[in-house]
Design a protein around this ligand. Structure first.
Ligand code: HEC
Ligand code: HEC
Length: 212
C-alpha cells in the first residue's frame, strides 16, 4: 500500500513535464457550461459565435483557448503588474469564476472564424513582408515565428492573429508600445512594439485581417 502511494506521488511530480499546466486546464474545460454566459453576457459585443460585428471588439472565434482564459484572468487582476486594463472588460469579468474563464476559453476557441479580408492591398503587402520576415536591420523579429505562418497562433502562449480586425491589432500594438498593456510574458510584445512605427502597425494589422 505504502509503495503504491509512493509511486503515485512520484508520478504526480513527473506529470507536469508531460503535460504543461495550461494545456491540462484547457483539456478539462467544458464549453457547454460556458454557452449560457457567452450567449447572454458576451454575445452583444463579441457575437455568440465569437465573430464580433464591430472592429472595436476583438474576434474570439478560433482563438487559442488558454490565451482567452489568461486574458480574462488578466482583466480580473487589472491592478497587478501582469494585469490588463480595460474598463469594459474589467466589468465583464467581475462575476466570472476561474472555472467560467476556462470554459469560456474552450467555448470561443471551438467557434469557426468567419472569413475576413484586407481592404488595402499595397498596405497588406508591406504587412506581409514584416509578418513573414521581420526587419532584421531594426531588430524586429518575424511575427510568424510566434504567431505561426498562417496566423492561427501556437497554444498555449501565442494568440491567433488571423482574421482579427486590423483596427484592434493596431490598438493593441500601440498599447504594448506605450506600456499601457504589459501583460505579455517577459515583455515579449512590448520589446517588439517599441521598434515598430505607426506605419508598420497599420501594415501588419491590414495583413493579418485578411490572413486565413
Ligand atoms: C460591451 C462590450 C463587451 C462585452 C459585453 C464583452 N466584451 Fe470582451 N472585449 C470588449 C472590448 C472593447 C475588448 C478590447 C479591450 C482592449 O482594447 O484591451 C474586449 C476584449 C476581450 C478579450 C481579449 C481578446 C484578445 O484578443 O486579447 C477577451 C478574451 C474577451 N473580451 C472576452 C469576453 C467575454 C468572455 C465576455 C463575456 C463574459 C466579454 N468579453 C464581454 C468588449 C466587450
Ligand atoms: C517572441 C514571440 C513573439 C513574436 C516574435 C511576436 N509576438 Fe505578438 N504576442 C506574443 C505573445 C506571447 C502575445 C500574448 C501576450 C499576452 O499574453 O497577453 C502576443 C500578442 C500579440 C498581440 C495581441 C493579440 C490580441 O488578441 O490582443 C498582437 C496584436 C501581436 N502579438 C502582434 C504581433 C506582431 C504584429 C508581431 C510581429 C511584428 C508579433 N506579434 C511578434 C509573442 C510574440
Amino acid at each position: 500500500m505504502k509503495s503504491v502511494l509512493k509511486i503515485a506521488a512520484l508520478f504526480a511530480l513527473a506529470a507536469p513535464s508531460f503535460a504543461p499546466a495550461a494545456e491540462d486546464k484547457a483539456s478539462n474545460a467544458d464549453p457547454e457550461k460556458a454557452a449560457p454566459i457567452a450567449t447572454t453576457l458576451c454575445a452583444g459585443c463579441h457575437g455568440a459565435d465569437g465573430n464580433s460585428p464591430l472592429a472595436a471588439n476583438p474576434r474570439l472565434a478560433g482563438q487559442v483557448p488558454q490565451y482567452i482564459t489568461k486574458q480574462l484572468m488578466n482583466f480580473k487582476n487589472a491592478d497587478q503588474p501582469s494585469g490588463r486594463k480595460n474598463a469594459i472588460m474589467q466589468g465583464m469579468v467581475a462575476t466570472l469564476t476561474p472555472e467560467d474563464m476556462k470554459n469560456l476559453g474552450a467555448y470561443f476557441a471551438a467557434q469557426k472564424p468567419a472569413p475576413a479580408s484586407a481592404m488595402d492591398k499595397d498596405l497588406a503587402l508591406a504587412g506581409e513582408r514584416l509578418y513573414r520576415g521581420g526587419d532584421p536591420a531594426r531588430g524586429i523579429p518575424a511575427c510568424s515565428g510566434c504567431h505561426s505562418p498562417n496566423g492561427a497562433g501556437i497554444p498555449a502562449q501565442y494568440p491567433r492573429l488571423a482574421g482579427q480586425y486590423g483596427e484592434y491589432v493596431v490598438l493593441q500594438l500601440k498599447a504594448f508600445r506605450s506600456g499601457e498593456r504589459g501583460n505579455d510574458p517577459n515583455r515579449m510584445m512590448q520589446m517588439i512594439a517599441e521598434k515598430m512605427s505607426d506605419r508598420d502597425m497599420a501594415a501588419v494589422g491590414e495583413y493579418v485581417q485578411g490572413l486565413h
